[in-house]
Every structure is written in structure tokens, then in C-alpha cells.
Design a protein around this ligand. Structure first.
Ligand code: UD1
Ligand code: CA
Length: 447
């Protein structure tokens, strides 16, 4: 059956104490509202409308045009927010799922079951409930003598007796589309001056229509984000889910609580992640690697059987069997060939180091192309920036760069060449040539 989704995201989020709209706060690197959008996609929602209000333009520009937006001009309550989407959805038949952007832990499985429940319901709507000893300000579910849902009472309006009810309104609903759009208009203004979507239950009941419900068994799924404490709690849950999925797929973690992986990251089997490892963005890690401790990898590809210790890798490509660290920094455009070895305090940017290059100790390589099996001595620097331009350095295969060599770019060093310790290379060096000094000159061959 055709499914549309409305995501309520117009609220202020005052308790976040932030200039950023609540729904844009990152949760494990992904904006809160994106969780709801991804859920809608997972359910194959044919149309998804995000209702925006506070920070509308910020939300729009952060999310782009992958979804449709409905503007709620004033915060007149959750029913009014749903009404804002009517213009975009009223012609759609089938079911309408309504969820809030501040409930990122609901799973696609639970929402799918809610949709299925409604598709089998003879009445116009179904909703999610949860039983909990901790009411968290949620609305209470009222049931009649036959056990059917008869209403939802908001905490502010609940009687002392109703406050004791431990069945809570999760805030996720599935409606028959045609019924929803006319029922919304029957909701009366609440004493708080808002139109509550929760009052739509009473509208159905007054018509004599059954309201279905589905109880979420895992209370954790119903955690709502109202402040940054909740955000941190949700972060732990998301992280645990992601890490468990990786572990079950063959990735080891010595302490999963201390491993931070964004949803987008892919990791091969038999890779071991040590504490304080952060993997983010479009990162792909191969099989049989050992990563960490204290390693940050963003938007990078790491091959198989690599070993990265206490290093920072951003926008880089690392081929198989590379060993790196501690304290290496690969920046945008760094590409390390198979078997490259980088010891401590190496920095590489916009450079290709071919297979077998060794760079053991504190060096900077920028805008360089380095041939196979080159040895880069301790303290080597490509002086790539002349104050205006970034200039290239090229080094041929099997060349030996002596400790503390300054390669003043643009410069080309040939194959099987050698620079002596402390050389400042300002001119190109031919194949097999040995240079030394400041500025570096070819050494005379011994007679
Ligand atoms: C709502 C429910 C409550 C439920 C709880 C679960 C109502 C009246 N109450 O309360 O029964 O237990 O969710 O989390 O619905 N929003 C708008 N426009 C508005 C008002 C709200 O877009 O005018 C959005 C908010 O941004 C938020 C969602 O609707 O994403 C829920 O609103 P919120 O104010 O957080 O409602 P709760 O008090 O949590
Ligand atoms: Ca809320």
C-alpha cells in the first residue's frame, strides 16, 4: 500500500540551549532529523514531508532537496504541524506515517510493524505505545473496559489518577490518509493553546472507530531528545548498535564502548579496532587490519593487513600492508602504496608514495611523487610552498634521501640517486647522482 511520511521538526528545542535547531544536532555524526528521513526511506515511503518552522532555512539548507518541506508558520501544536503538510499529501491515497524528528532510536522494524498494524485495522489509525516506570513527560494512554485505546492525555492535563498510568504515547502514528485530513479539523484547542495531535484519538473514538496500538518492547527505542543529556544517551545507543553489527560481521573490538564508528563506514573481516579509534565519513577499512589505539580516520580507504597506530588519516588512500605510526598524519590526497612504512611524526599531503617507500621519522612530504623503495631519511622536508604556489617534488625509485634533506620544490630527483645528510636540494638531481651540501652539488667520484 502507498505510504507517505510526515516528520515533525518545527519545534524550538529550547532545552538544547543552542543556536543550532535541535533537529540538526549531530548524533554520531548525522543530524537528528536525518534518522527520521532514513527511517522513511527504509520503509519505502513514496513521499516524505519534513515540517519545518524554527530555523526552517537552516534545516532546509542542511538537508537539501531530497525531501519535501512544509512550513508551519506558527508553533500551534503537533496537530497543526501535521496540517501544514496537507497541501503536499492530501491527494495521496493509502497510509500516512507521522513521526517526530526528535526520536532517532525508533527502528525501521518497529515502524514497519506499526504500518502493518494499521493496514490490517478496520479503524482509521494505529499508534505506538511503551510501558515504562519513567514517564518522561510523555502523554498517557487511556484504555476502555474492553482494553481498546480511548484517548491520550498529556501530562499537563492529566489527573493524579491518570498520571499513574504506565503506558505512554511514543508519538508515532499511522493513519488512513483520507480520514486524517478531515479528522485534523475536528481537534479542539487545548487549554495550553495548542492543537494536540494526540486528541485525534478522541475524534476516532467519538466516531465509534477502533484505534489500534502496538507496544514497543524495547524501551530504549523510545528515547526522545529534548536536551543534550538525552543526545549523549542516544549516542551511546546508536554506537552500540553499529559496533554490535560490525562485531557480528567479523570485526573485533577490545573495548566496544571506546570505538566510534559512523554509520557510513565499512570494515572488513578480522580487522581489530583498539580503544579510542574514530572512523567516520566515507571510510572503508580492509580485512585483517589493526587500527588504534588513538586513531582517527575520516573519508579514507585503507587496504588489507594494515597497521595504524595513534595516527590521523583524512581524505587518504592506503594500500595493503602499510604500517604507520605512532603519530602520523595523512592529509587530503595522500596515497600510500603497498607495504609503505611510516614511522613516527610523518605528515603526507597530496602525494603518492609508491610501494615499499620507507619514511621512518618526522618528515613532511607534500605535492610529491615518490618512486618504489625510496628511503626518506629522518627530518626530510619537501619545501613545497614558496609563499605563493605549491610546487611539486618528484623522486625516482630506489633513491636514498639522507637525513634532514630539504627538497626545495619544484625539484626532480632521479632513480638510484642519493642526497647526503643536511643537503638543501635546489636543483634537479640526475639518476645515480650523489649530492651534498647547501645548496646541494654533485659529489666528486672518488679517484
Ligand atoms: C508529544 C506528544 C506526547 C508524546 C511525546 C512523545 C503531543 C501533544 N504530545 O509530546 O503525547 O508522549 O510527543 O515524544 O503531540 N512540533 C512541531 N510543531 C509544533 C509542535 C511540535 O513541528 O507546533 C514537533 C516538534 O518539533 C517535535 C514533535 O513535533 O519534533 C513533538 O513535539 P513536542 O513539543 O516535542 O511534543 P512532546 O511534548 O514531546
Ligand atoms: Ca518531544
Amino acid at each position: 500500500m502507498n505510504l507517505s511520511t510526515i516528520i515533525l521538526a518545527a519545534g524550538q528545542g529550547t532545552r538544547m540551549n543552542s543556536t543550532l535547531p535541535k533537529v540538526l544536532h549531530p548524533l554520531n555524526g548525522k543530524p537528528l532529523v536525518k534518522y527520521s528521513i532514513d527511517l522513511a526511506d527504509a520503509l519505502s515511503s513514496s513521499r516524505t514531508v519534513v515540517v519545518i518552522g524554527n530555523g526552517a532555512e537552516q534545516v532546509r539548507s542542511a538537508l537539501g532537496e531530497s525531501v519535501a518541506y512544509a512550513l508551519q508558520p506558527q508553533r500551534l501544536g503537533t496537530a497543526n504541524a501535521v496540517q501544514a503538510a496537507e497541501g503536499l499529501l492530501a491527494d495521496a491515497s493509502g497510509l500516512v506515517l507521522v513521526i517526530s524528528a526528535d526520536m532517532p532510536l525508533l527502528t525501521a522494524d518497529t515502524l514497519q510493524r506499526l504500518v502493518t498494524t494499521q493496514s490490517q485495522n478496520t479503524g482509521p489509525m494505529a499508534l505506538l505505545t511503551v510501558r515504562s516506570a519513567n514517564p518522561r513527560g510523555f502523554g498517557r494512554i487511556l484504555r476502555g473496559v474492553d482494553g481498546g485505546v480511548t484517548g491520550i492525555v498529556e501530562e499537563a492535563q492529566a489527573t493524579a489518577e491518570q498520571l499513574k498510568i504506565d503506558e505512554l504515547n511514543v508519538g508515532a502514528y499511522c493513519f488512513n490518509s483520507s480520514w486524517l485530513w478531515q479528522a485534523l479539523w475536528k481537534i479542539q484547542l487545548s487549554p495550553k493553546g495548542e492543537y494536540y495531535l494526540t486528541d485525534i484519538v478522541a475524534v476516532a473514538v467519538a466516531e465509534g472507530s477502533p484505534v489500534s496500538s502496538l507496544t514497543v518492547t524495547d524501551e530504549e527505542e523510545t528515547l526522545g531528545i529534548n536536551n543534550r543529556v538525552h543526545l549523549a544517551e542516544a549516542e551511546r545507543v546508536i554506537r552500540r548498535r553499529i559496533n554490535q553489527a560490525h562485531m557480528l560481521a567479523g570485526v573485533s573490538m577490545t573495548d566496544p564502548e571506546l570505538v566510534y564508528i559512523e554509520e557510513s563506514v565499512k570494515i572488513g573481516r578480522d580487522t581489530i579496532l583498539l580503544p579510542n579509534t574514530w572512523l567516520s565519513g566515507s571510510t572503508i577499512i580492509g580485512e585483517g587490519c589493526e587500527i588504534g589505539p588513538n586513531t582517527f580516520i575520516n573519508d579514507s580507504t585503507i587496504g588489507n593487513h594494515c597497521h595504524l597506530l595513534a595516527s590521523v588519516v583524512e581524505g587518504a588512500v592506503v594500500e595493503d600492508e602499510v604500517g604507520m605510526g605512532p603519530f602520523c598524519h595523512l592529509r587530503k590526497g595522500a596515497h600510500l602504496g603497498r607495504g609503505v612504512h611510516m614511522g613516527n611524526f610523518g605528515e603526507v599531503k597530496d602525494s603518492y608514495l609508491a610501494a615499499g617507500v620507507k619514511m621512518g621519522h618526522f618528515s613532511y612530504i607534500g605535492n610529491a611523487t615518490i618512486g618504489e623503495n625510496v628511503n626518506i631519511g629522518a627530518g626530510t622536508i619537501t619545501c613545497n610552498f614558496d609563499g605563493v604556489n605549491k610546487n611539486p617534488t618528484e623522486i625516482g625509485e630506489n633513491t636514498f634521501i639522507g637525513s634532514d634533506t630539504m627538497l626545495v620544490a619544484p625539484v626532480v630527483i632521479g632513480k638510484n640517486a642519493k642526497t647526503a645528510a643536511g643537503a638543501v636540494v635546489t636543483h634537479d638531481v640526475a639518476d645515480n647522482e650523489v649530492v651534498a651540501g647547501v645548496p646541494a652539488r654533485p659529489m666528486k667520484k672518488k679517484e
